[in-house]
Design a protein around this ligand. Sequence first.
Ligand code: C5P
Length: 324
Amino acid sequence: MVSRHGVDSSESTIWWTPAKVNLFLAVPAKRADGYHEIETLIVAVKLFDTLEFQVRPEPDVEFSCEWAAGIAAQINGCQNDRGRGVFGDDALPWDRLPASEQNLVWRTLQLFRQRAEVKQGARVRLVKRIPAAAGLGGASSDAATALVAANLAWRVGWSIEQLEEVAAEVGSDVPFFVRSQPAICRGRGEQMNWVKVPGGRPIVIVRPPGGLSTPEVFRNCNPGAEKTTTQDLIAALRQGDSAKIKQGLTNRLQPPAERLSDGVAKLMAALKRECGGSQMTGSGSSCFLIANHRRQARRMAARLRGQGWQAACSTLTTDHVEQC
Ligand code: C5P
């Protein structure tokens, strides 16, 4: 049987969990509950963690997590020009990985076991390639994928909408990754409208040294209206109009991130010198460039690496489910 993201054997299922970029992120208002009202266009990208899920009869979740290195990280065109790990092996590990109980996957599975009154447990092994605290949604993607994997493996049989409700309790970005299809997300991020945008556009993801804390970036953000809309950007993406795509990229969290992180400010200055449209993703610290074609993306990434930045070529993906 082929699972939604991977191949399964009778013993365990392997799931590919994608990263994302926010092509548009407006923050119109602060809410009374401490969150911010957002409107964001999210698209998955071909940069994946891998999650292995195995049912065990014992009623607990045994969890392990490690950074991928070397050949394990060379997937789906994410390797760099020297054929090494996603952002270069020297870059690993980017961050210390959280202990089991603090990991979002572990917490999500415990919540789901309680809600669905599951008696069984699981052994979960996570192999990380998506940098943490980077605005790429790695932890949220892992959590959503664990939920989908558990729903199947534990034979709970909940609907995708029910899974999205549990996902929303875990974090604002988590519901998006239950389907990982391009979506405009509103509210605090959990209200999704799926949209059709073409996949396959090459991008270069660049991460400055150090991550950023999402609450801190939101705290330092000045909410307000944007000059462009998600619809302008979606139209530009559908037309493949590079100039309009460049104009349509928006991230209200970028100015506070640049104030909080010298690395983000310097990186954005470096990216603006390249010819593609550039922007920070989510609450940072990663930024990305949209290229017109793969050769241009490879050239941009090589130039940026020459300047000392960690840069990886990838693509926007709307069909990674079929391709894995
Ligand atoms: O929902 P999540 O746990 O991912 O959010 C982390 C923190 O980011 C929140 O506690 C909040 O401080 C901030 N946040 C926000 N507005 C959002 C999403 C997150 O202020 N829409």
